[in-house]
Ligand binder design. Structure first.
Ligand SMILES: [Fe+2]
Length: 683
């Protein structure tokens, strides 16, 4: 069972460093420390900013700030710098610690697996730079005593926010589900950089809608899959984050404890406007004429009586400005790699949270989790399950300024005039689509990100794909007083299967050469399983150490991208218990493996013979339909649970003995074999 029980409050309160800082200044040798993360900017307000960086040894930290590179005249140090250290560092008790894996989790982990704790010897500094002028560009450098560690050059700058209520233009970058550290993520980032250069407008802020550090949001994964990729942007643009389920493997919203919370400094006490939430898990802030709300859809109470919803109601009562933008991880409307008609967190955000936001006039809802780009028409009141378009669309045009024209809303924040919901989970992770959400105007299965431009009464949203091509543009104009009509029979997207990730399978029995129309479990039989996905055929079989794969095919129309199957394998080989499935190309495969040795399930990807364990964890994550695994000859059932990214995980109480493994599943019925999925590409 994966659970962090150490509910240690992360000390966000101000820790004076005067005495300790003096001590450090005495013991350290300037020039020896190296930057291991950052520097990057956080929590910008009209008059302040937080600059964060890490070093590999103690320093006498300071930041020097100025309007020109030649005169970084404002020095920030001493009590204005909060320090956090990794658990191994010998520091006074009042110095807050960075994430360390709770002992009970560490005891269960295979020693061969990576420790998710913060890299030993880490010093994190958070410099609170204040008394700044609004909407002003400052350059900065980070110092260890007199020795400059970073910055002091043209790349290290930040801009304070425009004053609240001002009509300043804003450019916002929105990315989700990016944290693979691989090619597509880098291309999406590069495309944004190219696009901002071509359009001659830099970003003002960056919203990340979660899953920024696959697979488990560990400290090392944050470094490799978030900071290392985005550092050229992060050093001058604030990323305002929300936690995804992958970060949720090591971080907890209820405690504010974990590598996700170590990585960011976000407002808890209305430092940047809004209403104080008292937690970093959800928060609000104001920039110019926009009120932003960040929610935690992953691991907190999503019901109307929960603390988060009650805070949201109170926050929105006070909200001012012309625009309201909300963001979180689990989308209220999607048929991408996730289905908002079927998954609990998504349904709850739709039925409980959307009514609160729409009653306060929300304009844009940004989410990820589902690895796709989906952008809605102007909708209002779409809370039912399953989502239908009838009666909940207030403008069924394409919203394109040169097409049907931008969506129209009244000036200011007015209840129930329409929302555009955008799933932007296409920032790097492998893409898929399982259906057609009827309220969506654009459904695009390509990697990319979203740029929102706000100029006075007009908002323009642009989806820029990884090749720097504008793939969708829509606008909202808020002017005068608009009459709202809910359309009985709105336009709806055609349920076009051509882009949907459909896995078609055929089984050919080696002995008979036949392909049965209906498959059933044939224990011990051998053959080839062909899986066809989006026109691509793959041979599917068990690993060489397995005996056979027996697949049971059922209803494709209902469960696109999923199929029912049963696997068997032999465990009497020297390697860990066995491989459940793999693409039958010894150099390139994607597989799930049970490891008896480490008592975990592992997602494995092999590219050109190089095998990478994508995820390995002894967890069981809540999912509606747990899968039972039968171990023969023990006749024992163990539980396999599918997490909401369709990865399998297994809880093993004892090493798996040699034998066979069958996978059965079903909502309470062991007779039904179902709900195993294969995704295109990696997780
Ligand atoms: Fe996710």
């Amino acid at each position: 069972m994966f659970k962090i029980t150490r509910l240690e409050e992360k000390a966000r309160k101000f820790i004076p460093l005067t005495a300790y800082g003096l001590l450090l200044a005495m013991v350290q040798c300037a020039g020896g420390a190296e930057i291991s993360r950052g520097p990057y900017v956080q929590c910008a307000t009209p008059n302040s900013v937080v600059i964060v960086w890490r070093t590999t040894s103690p320093t006498a930290p300071s930041v020097r700030v100025g309007k020109s590179l030649e005169s970084l005249g404002q020095q920030v140090g001493g009590e204005a710098i909060t320090m956090r250290v990794s658990a191994d560092v010998d520091a006074p008790e009042n110095v807050p610690r960075l994430y360390k894996e709770p002992a009970e989790e560490a005891n269960k982990r295979d020693p061969n697996e990576d420790d998710p704790s913060t890299v030993p010897g880490t010093y994190q500094y958070e410099a609170h730079v204040e008394q700044l002028e609004p909407a002003t560009r400052y350059f900065y450098g980070v110092f260890d005593g007199e020795h400059r560690l970073a910055g002091g050059d043209a790349q290290h700058y930040f801009e304070t926010s425009p004053v609240r209520g001002s009509k300043a233009d804003l450019r916002i970058w929105v990315v989700g589900d990016s944290g693979t550290g691989e090619h597509d993520q880098k291309e999406v980032h590069r495309a944004m950089q190219e696009y901002t250069q071509e359009t001659k407008r830099e970003l003002d802020l960056y919203l990340h809608v979660g899953d920024m550090a696959y697979g488990d949001g560990t400290d090392v994964q944050f470094q490799r899959n978030f900071f290392d990729i985005y550092q050229p942007t992060l050093r001058h643009t604030v990323c305002w984050p929300t936690m995804g389920n992958h970060e949720g493997y090591t971080s907890r919203g209820i405690s504010g404890f974990g590598p996700y919370y170590d990585s960011y400094v976000v407002p808890t006490a209305a430092e940047a406007g809004g209403l104080a939430s008292g937690t970093e898990a959800y928060y609000s802030f104001d920039i110019a004429d926009v009120h932003f709300v960040c929610l935690d859809s992953h691991d907190l109470d999503r019901t109307p009586d929960g603390a988060m919803a009650r805070w949201l109601v109170a926050d929105l009562e006070e909200a001012q400005g012309n625009w309201l933008i909300a963001f979180w991880h689990h989308p209220p409307y999607t048929k991408g790699s996730h289905d908002s008609d079927k998954e609990g967190q998504l349904i709850e955000m739709r039925t409980h949270i959307m009514p609160i936001l729409e009653a306060s006039g929300v304009d844009i809802v940004l989410t990820g989790h589902s690895h796709i780009y989906e952008r809605s028409m102007l909708i209002d009141g779409a809370y039912a399950t399953p989502t239908v378009a009838e009666g909940v669309v207030v403008d069924d045009g394409d919203g394109h300024p040169q097409g049907d024209g931008p969506y129209r809303k009244s000036e200011g924040l007015n209840p129930h005039e329409g929302t555009v919901s955008i799933v932007t989970g296409h920032g790097g992770a492998s893409l898929s689509r399982r259906g057609t959400m009827p309220i969506m105007r654009e459904i695009i299965v390509e990697h990319g990100s979203v740029i929102l431009d706000i100029k006075g009464d007009t908002l323009t949203g642009t989806m820029v794909n990884k090749n720097t091509v504008e793939r969708d543009v829509f606008g909202i104009v808020k002017r005068g007083k608009v009459k709202v009509t809910h359309l009985d029979n709105p336009w709806q997207p055609i349920h076009d299967l051509s882009e949907i990730t459909v896995f078609r399978m055929a089984w050919q029995d080696v002995t008979t050469g036949q392909t049965p129309a209906d498959w059933s479990v044939v224990r011990g039989s051998r053959g080839t399983l062909t899986v066809e996905a989006s026109g691509e055929k793959k041979q599917l079989a068990v690993h060489s150490e397995a005996e056979a794969v027996i697949a049971l095919y059922k209803d494709f129309d209902d469960y696109i991208g999923e199929y029912e199957t049963r696997f068997e394998f032999s465990a009497d080989s020297p390697s860990p218990a066995g491989l459940v499935f793999a693409f039958q190309d010894p150099q390139n495969y994607y597989a799930y493996r049970l490891s008896a040795k480490s008592k975990t399930g592992e997602m494995v990807r092999c590219v050109n013979g190089i095998e990478v364990v994508m995820a390995s964890r002894p967890i069981d994550v809540d999912f509606e339909k747990p899968i039972k695994v039968e171990i023969e000859p023990l006749k024992k059932l163990i539980e396999v649970q599918l997490n909401d990214d369709l990865e399998y995980s297994v809880k093993l109480d004892e090493p798996l003995p040699p034998g066979k493994l069958g996978v059965m599943a079903g909502a309470g019925s062991e007779a039904n074999y179902q709900y195993l999925a294969i995704q295109r590409g990696g997780p």
